[in-house]
Design a protein around this ligand. Structure first.
Ligand SMILES: NC(=O)c1ccc[n+]([C@@H]2O[C@H](COP(=O)([O-])OP(=O)(O)OC[C@H]3O[C@@H](n4cnc5c(N)ncnc54)[C@H](O)[C@@H]3O)[C@@H](O)[C@H]2O)c1
Length: 314
């Protein structure tokens, strides 16, 4: 059994705990959160496993094979550095860190430690996004003309993630929280991307994150990539990642819905290839066993952070 320690027991930390608990080859061996009550509650739900408010104490006292870092972005660097100093395999939440310097430092430390270093970018394990990638590679859209990322939120932070940090310019905003997933997908599917122009808009509160972004990026062959983000608007949330080509159009809508059409036809829902079902945890387990695994590592996290920081700077 792979013994997993979790640092950060918020919305996402608790979600992944279920995944580790349900996997036949992993078990949660210890949990840590600075909120004592939350830590005790989660540890009790997991059958009274060791619980800590200080991650260093957890790393000192419990023998762990893998540590999952799910604290807010500005704590990733400090916490992940302590895990890597112990030479423990690591899964870190995205973005890798809260600045380019921190991301570079984590990448260097992970490579020097010689451990498995994975990031939680769930689109890489989603049948819709994987089918999108497969269809792009088999030329469904023909020659690519444009990539478009639309991120429209009636309300940011979203109702399920009402934390002060998600609303802050310091370590939140949807370019950081949501945009980073698609930056990583763009780099994986389409290759290198450079930022050409960024226009950000902010509300009056100087601490608050962006409420709009309009950015132009470019792939290495000159294909434009547009990012159109808005929050505090009417209507429903819509996140659309679309490739326009000479033969057709293909999108991943709202994380998990694939749709597309050939030129001259309507856009219709398309079936994702549900045989593409191995999970992040399946792949981490393979990686820890030394087998070939689809792990999005800290170097991919760093490359995504390069673009993210350009967008955040405006
Ligand atoms: N991969 C995804 O799809 C996805 C989705 C949502 C959030 N995230 C990422 O996950 C991370 C956490 O997001 P969240 O929404 O769960 O946040 P959250 O605020 O709900 O939870 C964070 C938890 O970390 C705890 N914490 C803060 N500092 C700590 C420290 N030093 N040691 C131990 N615990 C500490 C907080 O008390 C809180 O319980 C962020 O980096 C976020 O970007 C990823």
């Amino acid at each position: 059994m792979i013994k997993v320690g979790v640092i950060g027991l918020g919305a996402i930390g608790q979600r992944l705990i279920q995944g580790f608990e349900n996997h036949p080859e992993t078990v949660i061996a210890a949990v840590c959160d600075t909120l004592e009550e939350r830590t005790k509650e989660v540890a009790a739900q997991l059958g009274g496993i060791p619980a800590f408010c200080d991650h260093k104490e957890m790393l000192e006292k419990v023998e762990l094979d893998l540590v999952y870092v799910a604290v807010p972005p500005k704590f990733h660097h400090a916490v992940a550095s302590d895990v890597l100093k112990k030479g423990i395999h690591i899964l870190c939440e995205k973005p890798l860190a809260n600045s380019l310097e921190e991301a570079k430092s984590l990448l260097n430390q992970a490579q020097a430690a010689g451990v498995v270093h994975g990031m939680n970018f769930p689109l890489n394990y989603s049948p819709a996004a994987r089918t999108f990638e497969k269809m792009i590679k088999t030329d469904y859209v023909g020659k690519l003309r444009r990539v478009h990322l639309k991120m429209h939120f009636p309300e940011w932070p979203r109702p399920w993630q009402q934390n002060a940090w998600v609303a802050s310019k310091e370590q939140g905003g949807y370019v950081l929280e949501v945009g980073i997933h698609y930056i990583q997908q763009i780099q994986k599917i389409f290759g290198e991307v450079k930022v050409k122009d960024v226009q950000l808009q902010f509300p009056k509160d100087p601490q608050a994150c962006e409420n709009a972004i309009l950015a132009t990026l470019e792939l290495s062959d000159g294909t434009p990539v547009l990012i159109d983000g808005m929050s505090q608007i009417a209507g429903k949330e819509e996140i659309a990642f679309t490739a326009y080509g000479t033969e057709g159009t293909l999108s991943v809508l709202n994380w998990g819905q694939l749709e597309g059409g050939k030129i001259g036809e309507d856009i219709v829902p398309l079936d994702a290839d549900n045989s593409l079902t191995d999970s992040l945890i399946d792949n981490l387990v393979k990686g820890l066993k030394g087998e070939e695994a689809a792990i999005i590592d800290f170097s991919a996290g760093y490359e995504a952070q390069v673009v993210l920081e350009e967008l955040r700077k405006g």
